[in-house]
Design a protein. Structure first.
Length: 135
């Protein structure tokens, strides 16, 4: 089975997480964390900065790797490095997505996540819960 290597940005601001709704392709209308494929010669962090600039017209700061999701779709295996990120500049302009939302721990389930993102959402919820304990 073919492996597709991608990166995803878990963009955080004031204990909220930015989610986008796909506007194209096989998984159109599903919700995901923005990002995309890693090009030859790029590090995952460089790919993420490029993808967010292209898709959302925004400059981000990539922080630590949160998790690598391994998920088998029917026709390919997805390997997705998910990094926490913050916005350095820009207004998160939707160029390729249909919609976007800032979600809290309580509203993470309010969108229809793509299958590979579902497990990640539970781990993010736990992370947000832990962060709140220390504030």
């Amino acid at each position: 089975m073919k492996t597709v290597k991608v990166v995803a940005a878990i963009i955080c601001h004031e204990n909220r997480i930015f989610a986008t709704q796909r506007g194209y392709g096989e998984f159109k209308d599903g919700w995901e964390f923005p990002g995309g494929k890693i090009e030859p010669g790029e590090t995952p962090q460089e790919a993420l900065v490029r993808e967010i600039r292209e898709e959302l017209d925004t400059e981000i700061e990539v922080q630590e790797l949160f998790e690598t999701v391994e998920y088998d779709y029917p026709t390919f295996h997805l390997s997705m490095d998910c990094f926490f990120c913050t916005v350095k500049s820009g207004a998160l302009v939707l160029k390729e997505h249909e919609a976007a939302k800032w979600l809290t721990e309580e509203t993470l389930d309010s969108v229809d996540w793509l299958p590979a993102d579902e497990g990640l959402v539970e781990n993010i919820r736990s992370y947000l819960r832990e962060e709140r304990k220390f504030r």
